[in-house]
Ligand binder design. Structure first.
Ligand SMILES: [Zn+2]
Length: 277
């Protein structure tokens, strides 16, 4: 099983999961469909399904166009608001595409219907992968737009945190440097955060993605997965892990609003409702 990482839009990722023997492929959040179809054609792949993490346009926008190009394509997701949805999935549901297996992990909070996908191949030594959309980022976690800290706590500790430690984490956005700057504010003495920030800045300079990480690595530097660590508790002034998470997310929201970095015409479009954040 090979995962192809494709950078799109300002800082989004879409992915292709490829079964190498048969060249069958699944797409994850293919928001720029013509780019995806070019790659499918060039690599002589057969696209059999789309896995959508959530309904936001920068993840689901390409589904309708792909359905038009590929009749019979299956579009999976956990939310009726997803463009082109053909098959609604529920928590723990498993899908099989030849030797590729997908377990759907319901992770409501960023949106009420957010789904992550745990993917592995039969009889294959490769580590499994998890596609986390806007729930878990490298060194960070998504905004609680339609849910609570209690829900995100369950997502991070149970749905995602209990997966095998070697699982590769493929997230929805390249926010790594920004996330690590916040992680360093939370835990200034954490060597792993310092090392990772140096590495992520170098990747950024070379225009290379920082995905994937592994869950094991995330537990070492991602403050949202380190809620019982003394330094993280001290930063938030809380000890109950759900409260630590709630305060951490509030502090991250204040830390640096990405909107301030957007060009004025995009800010206007957001204000007029022409774009959804
Ligand atoms: Zn989103």
């Amino acid at each position: 099983m090979r995962v192809k990482v494709i950078s799109i839009l300002e800082d989004n990722y879409m992915y292709l999961v490829i079964e190498e023997q048969t060249k069958q492929a699944l797409a994850v959040d293919p928001a720029v469909p013509h780019r995806l179809l070019e790659i499918v054609k060039r690599e002589e792949l057969t696209l059999v399904a789309v896995l959508t993490t959530h309904h936001h346009w920068d993840h689901a926008h390409g589904n309708e166009a792909l359905l038009k190009e590929i009749p019979g394509l299956k579009v999976y997701g956990g939310d009726e608001r997803i463009d082109g949805l053909t098959d609604k999935v529920t928590d723990a549901q498993e899908l099989k595409f030849n030797s590729i297996n997908v377990r759907c992990l319901f992770t409501p909070c960023h949106t009420a219907g957010h789904m992550c996908y745990f993917v592995w191949e039969d009889e294959c030594a490769d580590a499994p992968a998890v596609f986390t959309g806007d729930t878990l980022f490298i060194a960070g976690c998504g905004k609680f737009l339609e849910g609570s800290a209690e829900q995100m706590y369950r997502n991070l500790t149970q749905a995602l945190g209990s997966l095998p430690q070697e699982t590769k984490v493929f997230c929805g956005h390249e926010y790594t440097v920004k996330n690590l700057k916040f992680a360093l504010l939370v835990e200034p003495d954490n060597k792993k955060v310092q090392e990772m920030l140096t590495w992520a800045r170098a990747r950024d300079d070379e225009d290379k993605p920082t995905v994937p990480s592994t869950l094991r690595e995330e537990f070492q530097y991602n403050p949202f997965l380190r809620l019982t660590e003394e330094g993280v508790q001290k930063f938030t002034g809380k000890t109950d892990p759900v409260e630590v998470l709630r305060v951490l997310r509030q502090e991250k929201d204040k830390f640096k609003k990405p909107k301030e970095r957007l060009p004025p015409q995009v800010l206007l479009a957001l204000k007029w409702g022409l774009l959804r954040p």
